[in-house]
Design a binder for this molecule. Sequence first.
Ligand code: MRU
Length: 316
Amino acid sequence: MEVKAFYWKGDALELLDQRELPEKEVWLRLKDYREVAQAIRDMAVRGAPAIGCVAAYGFVLGVRSGEDPEKVYETLKNTRPTAYNLFWALDRMKKVFEEGKDIEAEARAIEEEDYQANKRMGEIGQSLIPHGARVLTHCNTGALATAGWGTALGVIRSAHYAGKNIFVWVDETRPYLQGSRLTAWELLRENIPHSIITDSTAGFLMKRGMVDCVIVGADRITKDYYVANKIGTYALSVLAKAHGIPFYVVAPKSTFDRGYTTEDSIVIEERSEREVKFIKGIPVAPENSPALHLAFDITPPENITAIITEEGIIKL
Ligand code: MRU
């Protein structure tokens, strides 16, 4: 059964705590916008479209509590710097508030539109997936990362339900393990055939002819189609190009940066080295070795075969 990452309850936001998956299904009940900001920062909820939806509900909670709307907006905005959907959703909420319109209805609309966009991208994208394809994906771009269905994982879902008999290689996705913890969990629930691989296995599988296409999501896409996504995406794109394998990006229009952001001006989130040096509290590195933890990288358009949106396919 398809999962949901969050539910709006009118006076609270219920969030599936993704830090606890796959071992435990723990639901958080958030009533304060500052708790919502903390949940985004700590990655209890993650994935660009889901972050946007949750921030919109956080804005509703904050404004209703009587807090200064500008402060609510800034607090939610300053949680994670790369995912464009966060800024897109908050700007939309702020505008509706300033126009004196219904902010709860707007947050609900953002959620519903994202779900519909995912279903549409699934339909459009699955037409590119051959019968029996072995698809490699990175990070988690499924129902957990969106309002439901998913972007790249949504295309995989749609191809599976179209009876295409596909198989999924799931990149583990160090260090937060969105692939092995979250994507594998979603695929297992729906009996979609898959195998988890360590991130460094991808190249050799391509060399052996065991990957037919790569499908990933996006956190931000610039006007000239540079794609910021989970660290490791760029390396996969280089490998796919070297092996002549199609490389697809799947993202709704809400991920497309409407400003003049260039490849160099995208802010790449740098997270705590603790997330690299410990797995679930267990040390996997010497305590005194420093670690660099960049959460995202940027893939240039020349490495991308096509970008799939709810409005159609952009061939690059
Ligand atoms: O750090 P995360 O888990 O929020 O990163 C998620 C990704 O990189 C996804 O690929 C992207 O947000 C698209 S999710 C539909």
